[in-house]
Design a protein around this ligand. Structure first.
Ligand code: ZN
Length: 113
């Protein structure tokens, strides 16, 4: 698959700082080095230094929940990496509780402290 660097550039312009920081840290194993460079450059233009990126990486490296293939799992409600595994109910038709079920949440959506 050929990487469309122009698409990466457009994404980098639109995405918020948090999403870009996640891209170059917790999600970087699935990314092309050229794409990582583009995003790091964009972060630098926004005033986020390489040491800020390192700090973000050290905070989330051990916090994120990873799947069997080593890729970070995502929050049930948004696209941030999941850091909390919580029990809830798997519901039929969205409201009838069927089974206890584990859900993944990011720090914004987690309910467990
Ligand atoms: Zn979330």
């Amino acid at each position: 698959m050929q990487l469309d660097l122009e698409k990466v550039r457009m994404y980098a312009k639109k995405a918020d700082n948090r999403a870009l920081l996640d891209r170059v840290t917790v999600f970087q194993q699935g990314m092309e080095p050229a794409a990582i460079e583009i995003i790091k450059k964009e972060l630098l233009q926004r005033g986020i230094s390489p040491s800020d990126i390192c700090q973000h990486e050290s905070i989330y490296k051990d916090l994120v929940i990873r799947g069997p293939e080593g890729m970070p799992r995502l929050c049930k409600k948004c696209s941030l990496p999941a850091i909390s595994l919580e029990w809830g109910w798997l519901k039929v038709f969205g409201f009838i509780p069927l089974l206890p079920w584990q859900y993944l949440f990011c720090e914004e959506h987690k309910t467990r402290v």
